[in-house]
Design a protein around this ligand. Structure first.
Ligand SMILES: *Cc1c(COP(=O)(O)O)cnc(C)c1O
Length: 365
């Protein structure tokens, strides 16, 4: 493939010596788990977001599950989220024994529809997980209104939206808790598994620090049952390097998106819109079109890799078929048939982007 969908390797090579020296610093420290790099990363990311506290964990899925656990969400509770998303969200809800309840996405966006969240809310609803999909904010106005009217916490899943803002404020700083995946392809990516939890509540921060390590109050004494979900020092050192250039790399993603938006405007391709007062970070550049398979085959023959996020809604996947509580999911099912993701990562050159655009134009000639 001449132009891949994403490339963590190109990210590494773009600042190799900084990454290498940070890894060496971590290795030379003699501490390999929950040491100085973790402390610094947590402090630096909380300043970046403008939140009280950040807790480093082993993955984005764990960040969601531990967030739920810290709110005492468990068996018998329901957690509302979307079916048009990574399966990780449903997996995290079931990890704590709670019941996922799936609702449809909005008509004009790819994110959770709070009118439907209200319809599906019951006495058992313990939390909502709102996913800022593709680097675009959910309807935060409705999210905050729902939260204040019902008292039910809305957890932001920012795994595709590191650095994005709504009304000038970073996503992940609005709710009581928010979760970030730092999987290598994410906007803030480690070179391994990693996750972060942000919170505006200092007590929750303390509890999360216990929960990620066996519920330890101090070494070898568990105050409550916990898990092992620690981040290692090497990943923390890498993430500290990545954080320094996150805003710059997100700006480059927006530049690439602008080029795509202009070039594709005249073609029979639908492109998701950006909400008012929101600065997206284009984790993915997703469009909708007819004849998806032919389109993807044509691009592959040209040397351009594309992807589908997500081809099968969670409620239709074998593991969950007929098993989950759900509302009507018409739009979720419809968009899953037409969505295509184009190459999107900051290290794409202008000529790479032009090459992709040219290949797309030729499909419609
Ligand atoms: C990547 C992702 C996750 C899962 O993160 P992992 O680090 O792979 O566990 C969760 N939610 C969303 C929206 C994601 O994109």
């Amino acid at each position: 493939m001449k132009v891949p969908l994403s490339s963590p390797l190109k990210n590494y090579l773009s600042h190799k010596s900084l990454v290498d020296s940070s890894i060496e610093r971590a290795l030379q420290s003699g501490d390999y788990i929950l040491g100085r790099e973790i402390e610094d990363l947590e402090k630096e990311f909380s300043e970046f977001l403008g939140v009280k506290d950040v807790v480093a964990v082993a993955s984005g899925t764990d960040a969601l599950a531990l967030s739920l656990r810290s709110l005492d969400v468990s068996r018998g509770d329901e957690v509302i989220t979307v079916s048009h998303s990574a399966v990780a969200v449903v997996s995290a809800i079931e990890q704590v024994g709670a019941t996922p309840v799936l609702v449809d996405i909005e008509n004009d966006f790819y994110t959770i529809d709070f009118a439907r969240v209200s319809q599906m809310t019951t006495a058992k609803t313990a939390a909502v997980i709102a996913v800022h999909l593709y680097g675009q904010a959910v309807d935060m106005f409705s999210a905050l209104k729902y939260q204040s009217e019902t008292g039910i916490p809305v957890i932001e899943d920012c795994s595709q939206a590191h650095g994005a803002t709504w009304q000038g404020q970073r996503l992940g700083s609005f709710g009581i808790l928010s979760a970030f995946s730092c999987y290598p392809t994410k906007n803030l990516g480690a070179f391994g598994d990693a996750g972060l939890i942000a919170t505006q509540d200092a007590e929750l921060g303390l509890r999360l620090r216990r929960l990620r390590q066996y519920g330890w109050r101090e070494k070898q004494h568990s105050l409550e049952p916990g898990v092992n979900s620690r981040m290692d020092e090497i990943q923390a050192a890498i993430l500290r390097v990545q954080l320094r250039t996150l805003d710059l790399r997100n700006a480059r993603r927006r530049e690439i998106a602008e080029t795509y938006l202009e070039a594709l405007a005249e073609l029979p391709i639908e492109i998701g819109s950006t909400r008012d007062n929101c600065e997206p970070v284009y984790h993915l550049f997703v469009c909708e079109l007819q004849n998806r398979d032919k389109f993807r085959l044509h691009l592959a023959e040209c040397g351009v890799q594309t992807g589908i996020h997500y081809p099968v809604p969670i409620h239709l996947q074998t593991a969950y078929l007929g098993r989950l509580k759900q509302g009507l999911l018409e739009r979720t099912e419809a968009v899953s048939k037409n969505v295509v993701s184009l190459p999107m990562f900051p290290e794409l050159s202008d000529s790479d982007v032009a090459f992709v655009v040219d290949a797309i134009r030729r499909f419609y000639e």
